[in-house]
Design a protein around this ligand. Structure first.
Ligand SMILES: [Zn+2]
Length: 143
């Protein structure tokens, strides 16, 4: 009788230790996930990143490459996002050249959402993007 009580106690103890260990691990991983999630946007070239800037977005489509060039200030670009941030407000003006390419628009919208690629090449666009904390800080907290 006493023997089985000890076994039972040990079993319960092990059960609680395992349960608490699993819960601790889950909370730890959730905490890590939450704290690292906004640091990079891994799939920026395939998906929209989380909206960190909450900008009002306006999309302007152009037929003339020279107009896009003069607005964007770069003769290689077929699109750009012009962002402005001030107290509690951010705006993002997207300029794209027609015919519209969904991946180009997504790229610019990720800039509107407060993200940057690290470098200016096709390879760099495929790498994880990082938040533009300076811009997000200038925008300030949204209430
Ligand atoms: Zn870009």
């Amino acid at each position: 009788m006493a023997q089985s009580a000890v076994t039972c106690f040990r079993g319960v103890n092990l059960y609680w230790v395992s349960l608490l260990s699993v819960l601790t691990l889950v909370l730890l991983l959730a905490g890590l996930h939450q704290s690292t999630r906004p640091e990079v946007c891994v799939r920026a070239s395939y998906d929209l990143c989380p909206d960190l800037l909450m900008a009002e977005i306006r999309i302007n489509k152009h037929v003339s490459p020279s107009v896009v060039m003069s607005i964007c200030g770069d003769e290689r670009s077929n699109a750009c996002a012009i962002r402005r941030a001030r107290w509690q407000r951010a705006t993002c003006e997207v300029h794209v050249l027609l015919p519209e390419d969904p991946s180009v628009l997504r790229h610019e919208l990720n800039h509107c959402r407060g993200w940057e690629h690290q470098g200016d090449s096709h390879d760099a666009y495929q790498q994880p993007w990082i938040p533009n904390w300076r811009l997000i800080r200038i925008r300030g907290d949204l209430n």
